[in-house]
Design a protein around this ligand. Sequence first.
Ligand SMILES: Cc1ncc(Cn2c(C)c(CCOP(=O)(O)OP(=O)(O)O)sc2=O)c(N)n1
Ligand SMILES: [Ca+2]
Length: 528
Amino acid sequence: MPTVHSVTYQLLRRQGLSVVFGNPGSNELPFLKDFPEDFQYVLGLHEGVVVGMADGYALASGRPVLVNLHAAAGTGNAMGALTNAWYSHSPLVLTAGQQARSMIGVESMLANVDAPSLPRPLVKWSYEPACPEDVPRAISQAIHMANLPAKGPVYVSIPHDDWGREVAEDAALVTRRDVDHAGTPSDEQLAGLAERLNRASNPVLVLGPEVDAEHANALAVDLAERLRMPAWVAPSASRCPFPTRHACFRGVLPAAISGISGKLEGHDLILVIGAPVFRYHQYAPGRYLPEGAELIHLTSDAQEAARAPMGDALVGGLYATLNKLLPALRQSERAMPEPLPLPQPVPDEPGRLAPESVFDALDELAPKDAIFVKESTSTVTAFWQRVEMRQPDSYFFPAAGGLGFGLPAAVGVQLARPERQVIAVIGDGSANYAISALWSAAQYGVPVVFIILRNDTYGALRWFSRMLDAEDAPGLDVPGLDFCALARGYGVEAVCTDTRDAFESALRQALNATKPMLIEVPTTTIEP
Ligand SMILES: Cc1ncc(Cn2c(C)c(CCOP(=O)(O)OP(=O)(O)O)sc2=O)c(N)n1
Ligand SMILES: [Ca+2]
């Protein structure tokens, strides 16, 4: 007779969830027993690392990913990483082991009391099956909920005494389901959109992470060239949706209400694709829109469309919409925008490199199809100005700004995309939130190049402290950290370089290595 265990693994195999990111406890062992040969288990030493790795893997593969956490404590440890996965629409299928059914009510050790409430609101759906026989169907529902637009994490709590229970033959019907999404707007909706775009005298494009997630980057370029529009990246960018040396590229919009209006001044139509309107960050009140501007929002996320404070929105598949829209657009006679000027070199200081120098060296030496995982908050602007990114899946940044993403996500991205070199550029503050990801990189031989920018401070918070008139706030410096010793302690080869030549030499060595390597770089501080 089939069991919950056998049917669930049949389902996971059929849906392609054969890589399991986890950290186990006793509640999870009945699920992990008889672990199939064709499955891979990737252990993280903390659940924030587990979810960070899974997030990177899901973002880079575009596929649902299975996560296995330990009861309430493991779920709690994962919540910080889940803030990023929620906002990056990562299709994570989080499972958590629950105490035996008869011991939940007495709140015995490891009982996850009221389990489905624990991860909310950072999951699309959260459930604990009412009986063992429902577990395979619940996991099937979780996979499809995670993967249907708008994609996002889901959570299923499973009592450990369910796995061995026998189920009816029909339970395996879920292993033969295909569930997909169409999402193309109607001819009438597209005609209205095309008419407004063709009529605009000075339109501008604002592109978000979902353009990159749907690999619609080339369509966005066609759109910008067809209407001769400047193309901005939406604020708080977690992915790179447009080639950064293209003539239309204008950079990343500031994450401030007044700042965005200022940058878009003079445009009569703002077309936002694949981003919330907008992911503001610093509080800088002002007009939501410049004088005389209208806004149209294309998104696959109904919640994003509904919560925006202005503009019209159309919810649908982005690739499908752009593919159908382009033929309806006339070629504009406007002049193409002029390419942005390349930034000037910045001098280093004795014993410390300018972050700009590090990025200029990366731009020169990194493979043209490198994937950058970034988590150094004060150097974002300099990075986008100096490191060229050309193709989809070239850049990942924590979508909710929840630090502890970069190191584990880099491991997950590299596992998902072994054909491209992953380079993690991490601040010395951020690196500490999930430092044990280095152990997973070493254990599984994941050849990420980890670059730690050590400016001995929470650089972005220094800037915020000036903005918020709180310059006397305590706790803004992180001196005395030795990332080479930390890395070696987790099994990763490491070197510290404080000159441009030494950094370039170490970077060449790391790029040619077949195992992970960490380069610690003392840097000066810069304005975000
Ligand atoms: C989990 C978590 N904790 C704290 C913060 C607050 N925070 C912190 C602590 C920042 C400083 C990061 O410092 P860094 O060294 O990584 O990078 P920079 O020095 O380049 O800013 S930026 C920021 O928003 C956060 N975003 N996420
Ligand atoms: Ca720092």
